[in-house]
Design a binder for this molecule. Structure first.
Ligand code: ZN
Length: 483
């Protein structure tokens, strides 16, 4: 009996080893070829990325950028559906059939007020307001590149399944993906892969802050500010009283909270009591439930301010995003692939450009050579410096992401220096690192179903019994939030 068991287990292990070895060999070759093939398309994706960099279209206005990415995918045989989730610039491109379904996210919106030439000193492009200070032009192009590479492998029958590229507009405050999640567009997806431009090469295992934003609109009564002020009620007073109350509140809320605001309308002339004023608020915290609670206190401050100043207030939810659910199983897979691809190395001219950029910072910056390094994998839940609408995706599907050095080390996002780097080969080299790493990660998922099973199990455990509910409620996409 014992002999049989040994014999059976020996046969089983033989059976297991043999295909696995063959598979490993094939996967390795598939990966090497994919890296080479993507590299050979450098100029093509550079053109796509730099075209979007030049368009520099802000959230929900990314008409040309979205059209270019859609066309690039269509030309390669993807079926593209545009205008999804009631957003004209959102799209999904699909190739293949059956399981697994792997999706790659792409973004392409720019930021207002950050127009900048591709030069290492502050110089805006004349006649242009927006700039790609978060590198979403690279984001879009790299994700499309990875999608096309995977499509090629499915077509060549290297493996089976479906690849989807999601075109996700208005990440910067517009919560574009939330509407796509709400619409159920990720329902059949097994794993979502994404990335983000960065100043280092890192797999994203730090969560993000949940975020709820709104515009508070105060209405008062106009009057001559000197001749008959008693006849007026200042809407700006309402805004200022609200801001004072919220600023006092800061002492009495959990300290990980971040609240910021800008007065988007404070009246037009000092001698007119403003009858309209508007303030735009973000409320952030690592936990979505705390965000909901603190946001309600901000609303109470607005109502109190209106009452005290004899004005009225209404508010419109603009955006709302979840924190990011991390997936260690997928993070480890992506880390290995990022290490295989390697970081970004610069030419002497790029080093000169990069050092000029670094000299504009007032703080100590990492050595320029760190662009070549890969940050070791480290999981940090319940934290994050920013927010992302990928958070909502991560509550529906196991999700993994990374950052690559598209900006010289030390460069913060949302800076003119980020726009400048993104307009040069420094940015494009980072794009290639991301495209290759995402492709390799997708190859692992297509060729090793047990990885998806393990990631799904981890995802289910992390999500628990939470039933997804968008923080922005049932509002329609805020298509004019940049107006
Ligand atoms: Zn961004």
């Amino acid at each position: 009996m014992r002999k049989y068991i040994v014999l059976i287990s020996f046969c089983i292990s033989l059976f297991n080893i043999a295909p696995a070895q063959k598979n490993n060999f094939d996967v390795d070759k598939i990966k090497t070829d994919a890296i080479q093939n993507l590299q050979s398309k450098y100029e093509i994706y550079k053109t796509v990325a730099l075209d979007i960099w030049k368009f520099a279209e802000v959230g929900y206005k990314e008409i040309k950028s979205s059209a270019l990415l859609q066309q690039t995918l269509r030309d390669k045989g993807f079926t593209v559906q545009g205008g999804i989730a009631e957003i004209p610039t959102a799209f999904v491109a699909t190739f293949g059939s059956g399981k697994p379904v792997i999706a790659i996210l792409s973004e392409f919106d720019a930021l207002p007020g950050l127009s900048q030439e591709a030069v290492p000193e502050k110089k805006s492009i004349s006649g242009k307001d927006a700039g790609h200070a978060c590198g979403h032009h690279l984001f879009g192009a790299a994700s499309v590149a990875a999608g096309i590479e995977i499509k090629k492998l499915i077509e060549e029958k290297k493996f089976q399944g479906t690849i989807k590229v999601f075109g996700c507009p208005a990440e910067e405050g517009g919560s574009g993906k939330v509407y796509m999640v709400r619409e159920g567009l990720f329902k059949d997806v097994d794993v979502v892969i994404h990335w983000h431009p960065d100043n280092e090469n890192i797999v994203t295992m730090t969560s993000a802050l949940a975020n709820k934003s709104a515009k508070f609109r105060f209405k008062g009564l106009s009057a001559h500010a000197a001749a008959s002020p008693e006849k007026g009620r200042s809407a700006l007073d309402g805004v200022e009283a609200m801001n004072n109350m919220v600023n006092m509140m800061r002492e009495h809320i959990p300290q990980e909270t971040r609240i910021h605001y800008v007065i988007t309308n404070g009246g037009r002339a000092p001698n007119v009591v403003p009858d309209f004023a508007e303030v735009y608020y973000y409320v952030r915290h690592p936990k979505k439930d705390d965000v909901k609670e603190i946001f309600e206190r901000v609303v109470m401050a607005a109502k109190g301010a209106a009452m005290g100043t004899g004005t009225t207030v209404e508010y419109e939810i603009i955006g709302g995003t979840h924190d990011l659910l991390l997936n260690k199983t997928l993070g480890e897979v992506m880390q290995k692939n990022l290490e295989r691809v390697g970081g970004v190395s610069y030419t002497p001219e790029e080093i000169e450009f990069g050092k000029k950029i670094q000299s504009t910072f007032t703080y100590k910056v990492p050595a320029i050579q760190t662009s070549m390094a890969i940050v070791p994998l480290k999981t940090i839940p319940d934290a994050g410096g920013g927010s992302t609408d990928v958070g909502d995706v991560s509550y529906g599907v196991p999700t993994v992401g990374m950052g690559s050095a598209t900006w010289v080390p030390g460069t913060p996002a949302h800076s003119w220096q980020a726009v400048a780097c993104g307009g040069t080969d420094i940015g494009i080299k980072g794009l290639m690192v991301a495209a290759k790493t995402m492709t390799l990660t997708a190859i692992d998922l297509f060729t090793n179903p047990s990885l998806i099973a393990k990631a799904t199990e981890e995802f289910k455990k992390a999500k628990g019994d939470y039933k997804y509910e968008p923080l922005l409620g049932n509002r329609k996409p805020a298509l004019n939030y940049r107006d």
